[in-house]
Design a protein around this ligand. Structure first.
Ligand SMILES: [Zn+2]
Length: 102
């Protein structure tokens, strides 16, 4: 599905379904990534602040680092999830445009 960390193949190597359904299709994966990052960061920050695990100045930097690193780590997972949901609720048929090799 991915040819590098941030680049995808155009079609599935198994069934030739197009991954790029329409321009901006993967915007939805950014919502998944954002929601997960914001919810988990908040879920860790508030208890850490209340229980005084570290000074707030330090916690802010941990939270900042988390919100930078986590979306990068989740990039591929969020895209896969978004594509999977789309394929589940609006199945696409494989393209047979003659460009297939072999
Ligand atoms: Zn496939």
């Amino acid at each position: 599905m991915f040819r590098s960390w941030f680049k995808m193949h155009d079609n599935c190597s198994h069934c030739n379904v197009s991954f790029q359904r329409e321009p901006g299709f993967f915007l939805g994966s950014i919502y998944i990534n954002y929601a997960f990052t914001a919810l988990t960061m908040t879920g860790m920050y508030i208890p850490a602040l209340i229980l005084e695990w570290a000074p707030n100045n330090q916690l802010i930097w941990y939270a900042f680092a988390y919100t930078i690193i986590m979306p990068i780590l989740l990039f591929r997972l969020a895209r896969s999830l978004w594509l999977g949901f789309d394929q589940l609720f609006d199945p696409q048929q494989p393209q047979s445009n003659g460009n297939k090799q072999e």
